[in-house]
Design a protein around this ligand. Structure first.
Ligand SMILES: *[C@@H]1O[C@H](CO)[C@@H](O)[C@H](O)[C@H]1NC(C)=O
Ligand SMILES: *[C@@H]1O[C@H](CO)[C@@H](O)[C@H](O)[C@H]1NC(C)=O
Ligand SMILES: *[C@@H]1O[C@H](CO)[C@@H](O)[C@H](O)[C@H]1NC(C)=O
Ligand SMILES: *[C@@H]1O[C@H](CO)[C@@H](O)[C@H](O)[C@H]1NC(C)=O
Ligand SMILES: *[C@@H]1O[C@H](CO)[C@@H](O)[C@H](O)[C@H]1NC(C)=O
Length: 440
């Protein structure tokens, strides 16, 4: 009877990262190798991972060659051959399963954490980008974000949702700290990464005339300057020198800085010519005229009892209130003591004065956007008064302002009940409201 009999195929398991010499299996052949003519031999693809010690198979690993399931795969396969003298007597298969250990941390996929660009008008609650991390041990991953402007959609999804409106004019770049953490292990290994989000500028601010005098301290909305020039016939066809001067406007969108177009809004007799690109004004035809002021027999009157306004809530400190169709809301009064109904002595103010709103002398309303909450409605508190500074007569109207959420569109409205800036692009309107005052 052969000394090699009694053996069988070997099925065993070993933990990942087990130390050198770790017991794998005993071999059940009858004879002790070395003590007889019997010789055992390991062959096959993974034979290098085993060595024999008598009738015991042990793990052949070292500090520089650790048993890594993520590299080798889940099984080690080899053959054991038993020789008697030089004659092969039997062969057995060895199949050893490598048991998984949590020896890897999650890892973010590089492609998903590259610097990212988000438009400043991206809608709140929309998914702006998706990150992904993987774990070689196949563990489940939870994502955590450390930034109030963004949040994670569902813990396991990696979808990053915009939490608060962005504003290029206040911040052009955000750094987000992101964590990927194992959720189904004892170790709860986690890794972090810093993601750069660049905010993309969108043309969402009005241009304004320079120099800029803030409407109130710390509010970067400019009061329109009044440009003044003294002219005589000698000034004909030369560029007028204004004070403050020269007439210049700047785009409120700092990153875009779109080219501006200058226009004179009212010049009944066409006496002035403006260069639409530089804003330079020339006086072309000298005409002297006298206006005979009539008796004050009409009070100023608003065309409507209630003006309708909309404001989109945002983090920028102040914005101009618009009306239907996103046109600039401009309150106007008619005074029929004047042939064109326009009384230059009218002054607008809010009564009682509001912490949230201001009205400019052109009848444009400015709101402290950062102090508004979406869905607020300011109707009863807001009264706009027009006072004729010469006669002391007053007219009043209420203003119904609805605060819209960022990303919400301004309604178009079925009909126009306010005096608008005609068909003029509303982006230009804020800037156009500057007064050009000429004294003879
Ligand atoms: C393997 O063999 C050795 C020596 O014959 C013995 O001491 C040990 O208990 C055996 N182990 C198993 C698991 O059978
Ligand atoms: C054990 O592994 C080393 C490589 O680290 C190899 O050189 C050696 O031959 C292996 N031993 C056996 C008995 O296969
Ligand atoms: C216009 O004339 C007045 C009176 O002479 C003078 O005070 C003022 O500075 C002049 N303004 C400009 C812009 O030259
Ligand atoms: C600006 O003025 C120039 C020349 O005066 C004219 O040709 C051009 O059409 C104007 N541009 C616009 C947009 O009005
Ligand atoms: C305001 O009323 C005057 C006089 O009735 C009229 O000429 C003007 O067009 C009106 N404006 C609006 C916006 O209704």
């Amino acid at each position: 009877v052969s000394l090699c009999v009694g053996g069988s195929n070997i099925f065993a398991s070993v933990r990942e990262n087990s130390p050198a010499g770790h017991f794998i299996s005993n071999i059940s052949i009858r004879a002790e190798p070395g003590a007889s003519a019997v010789r055992l031999c390991l062959t096959g693809p993974n034979a290098i991972w085993f060595y024999l010690e008598g009738r015991t198979i042990r793990l052949n690993s070292s500090a520089s060659r650790v048993l890594d399931r993520e590299v080798l795969g889940p099984f080690l396969i080899a053959e054991l051959t038993c020789y008697e003298g030089n004659i092969k007597q039997s062969q057995y298969r060895i199949l050893v399963e490598i048991l998984n250990e949590n020896d890897n941390k999650p890892k973010f996929l590089e492609a998903t954490i590259q610097p990212f660009t988000v438009s400043e008008v991206a809608a709140v609650n929309s998914v702006v980008f998706t990150v992904k991390a993987e774990d070689s041990d196949g563990d489940m991953i939870t994502y955590i974000i450390d930034q109030s402007s963004f949040r994670i959609d569902l813990p396991n999804s990696g979808k990053v949702v915009l939490n608060k409106p962005l504003d290029y004019e206040s911040r052009t770049r955000l750094q987000i700290l992101l964590w990927a953490q194992e959720s189904n292990t004892v170790e709860k290994f986690k890794v972090s990464t810093v993601l750069t989000v660049n905010v993309e500028d969108v043309d969402d601010h009005y241009p304004h005339f320079l120099p800029c005098t803030p409407v109130s301290p710390g509010v970067p909305v400019c009061m329109n300057p009044t440009y003044t020039a003294n002219i005589t016939w000698k000034n004909q066809d030369t560029v007028l020198e204004f004070s403050p001067g020269p007439i210049r406007a700047r785009d409120g969108d700092l990153g875009i800085n779109a080219p501006l177009l200058y226009t004179i809004l009212s010049d009944d007799h066409g006496r002035f010519i403006i260069d639409n690109r530089t804003g330079e004004i020339k006086y072309s035809v000298a005409t002297a005229f006298v206006r005979v002021l009539s008796e004050n027999s009409f009070p100023p009157l608003f065309n409507t009892t209630t003006f309708k306004g909309f404001i989109i809530q945002s983090s920028s400190p102040a914005s101009i209130v618009s009306t239907y169709g996103n046109q600039v809301l401009q309150v106007q009064v008619m005074d029929w003591d004047f042939p064109d109904g326009r009384n230059p002595n009218i002054r607008f103010f809010l009564h009682p004065p509001s912490q949230l709103y201001q009205v400019t002398q052109e009848g444009v309303l400015i709101a402290r956007t950062d102090q508004l909450r979406p869905f607020d409605r300011h109707l009863l508190q807001l009264q706009v008064i027009a006072r004729d500074d010469e006669s002391g007569e007053e007219a009043s109207a209420s203003v119904d302002i609805e605060v819209l959420q960022r990303g919400q569109a301004v309604p178009h409205g079925a009909f126009k009940e306010q005096q608008l800036f005609g068909d003029m692009d509303s982006r230009l309107a804020g800037g156009i409201a500057a007064l050009i005052l000429l004294t003879f």
